[in-house]
Design a protein around this ligand. Structure first.
Ligand code: ZN
Length: 74
């Protein structure tokens, strides 16, 4: 169906759908996570927990976001 554009910044954002036989996601998913701080469903994170360490090597955790979520939830 051609290239997809980012729903947030309109950047060209991939043209594939990827799957692990449980989930299916667009090629551009990483762009949303990296550039727009989109959080993935916990089921997906758990499913890929083993791979997450290698994917997040060198990634700086945005602990300010986590703190703000904690303070607004009660
Ligand atoms: Zn974007």
């Amino acid at each position: 169906m051609g290239y997809s554009r980012c729903r947030i910044c309109n950047a060209q954002n991939g043209n594939l759908e990827l799957t692990d036989d449980v989930f299916i996601w667009p090629e551009g998913l990483a762009h949303y996570v990296r550039d727009h701080a989109v959080r993935l469903p916990v089921e997906f994170v758990v499913q890929h927990a083993g791979q997450m360490e290698s994917l997040t090597d060198g990634l700086v955790v945005d602990d300010e976001w986590w703190r703000s979520q904690a303070s607004t939830s009660h």
